[in-house]
Design a protein around this ligand. Structure first.
Ligand code: UDP
Ligand code: MG
Length: 335
């Protein structure tokens, strides 16, 4: 099944709230998450589903999901054919979710499910993009905190979209916002930028990030660097344009130096020294050229990925999307 065309929508009102959980090797976290999530959903919505997107896990995640689904009819599973990364797993979840509103939440309990109640209240007041706003980053390592801060400063300066501070994937999106996001089939996905780009009536709800319940973060520094580059390059063309200004400046400097050398030769005659300045300027300009070529390469690479028009993801298995009428049938009793 090809993900990019697979949109399962029900008539409005049939399922009120969909919770989308991207999961990659989170076997131990699933049951604790479910036991905290279900009571909240029961208090704040009439009908709901939890869409787990298995992002090519290679631990027991998928088996645990199947076991959970067998006893909990509100669970649906979308299993991707391999690991596509969190951003794309979220896109797959949004494509399959059927709710009038969708909540995106991490599986590791760093996002308190209890906040969903507040999200839903704001949604009922007419907000279409209700985002959790982390007020501290103490659970991240100091190095990651530093790099994250630098990235957001850079993005605020050069990005063409303003990101609200501390906003991440933990949020509620109205069906209208979800439809907008479904239209964005870009591969280099920087969801935080996309959520801000679509606009709609938005509001932030502050929260403390909890420690990861089990396991370790699935984001290595390499993955995070790639993600940061995707973010900057999808939302800014400044790195491409800056070379016009730098090139002009360097050419003017070169012209000035040429004038100086002509004047010097006319006044003092020909002088041999100058190797040092020659070597320095050659290496400097070679460096500048390679750097600008590298930046061109980064953009061209992304253009190449997009023009291939491959599907965003491939689905290996979809299960548990029961009709909302079936959801009202009492749960299967365990023997
Ligand atoms: N995740 C995913 N695919 C990946 C990496 C992560 O679906 O390739 C999921 C992961 O299972 C978790 C969420 O994305 O539910 C956040 O991941 P993690 O906790 O590792 O990120 P961090 O909290 O360190 O930013
Ligand atoms: Mg986490």
């Amino acid at each position: 099944m090809v993900g990019s065309t697979e949109h399962s929508e029900t008539k409005p009102g049939l399922i009120e709230l969909s919770v989308i959980v991207p999961v990659f090797n989170e076997a131990e976290n699933l049951r604790p998450l479910l036991s905290r999530l279900v009571p909240i959903l029961e208090t704040c919505s009439k009908s709901h589903e939890i869409v787990f997107v298995d992002d090519g896990s290679h631990d027991e995640t998928l088996d645990v999901l199947h076991e959970m689904r067998d006893v909990e009819p509100i669970i649906a599973i979308v299993s991707l054919s391999r690991n596509f990364g969190k951003e794309i797993a979220i896109a797959a979840g949004l494509d399959h979710a059927r709710g009038d509103a969708c909540v995106i939440i991490d599986a590791d309990l760093q996002h308190p499910p209890e906040l969903i109640g507040t999200f839903v209240e704001y949604w009922r007041q007419g907000y279409k993009n209700v985002y959790g706003q982390r007020i501290d980053r103490t659970v991240d390592s100091p190095m990651r905190r530093l790099l994250t801060r630098r990235f957001y400063k850079l993005f605020a300066r050069f990005g063409e979209t303003q990101l609200p501070e501390g906003a991440g994937d933990f949020r509620l999106l109205d069906a209208q916002a979800v439809r907008a996001l479904r239209q964005m089939r870009e591969h280099a996905r920087f969801s935080k930028g996309l959520y801000a780009w679509i606009g709609f009536k938005s509001i932030g709800v502050p929260f403390h990030v909890e420690e990861r319940a089990f396991g370790v973060s699935k984001f290595s520094y390499r993955k995070l660097t790639r993600f940061a580059l995707d973010g900057l390059m999808s939302f800014s063309t400044l790195p491409l344009q800056v070379w016009i200004y730098l090139g002009t400046l360097i050419s003017l400097m070169a012209l000035g130096t040429a004038v100086y050398f002509v004047a010097e030769t006319l006044i003092m005659g020909v002088r041999v020294p100058g190797y040092a300045s020659l070597i320095v300027s050659i290496t400097f300009f070679a460096g500048v050229q390679l750097l600008s070529l590298g930046i061109l390469g980064e953009y061209i690479g992304r253009i190449f990925t997009e023009v291939k028009k491959r599907p965003l993801y491939l689905v290996q298995e979809v299960s548990g999307f029961r009709s909302p009428a079936a959801d009202s049938v009492p749960k299967k009793e365990s023997p």
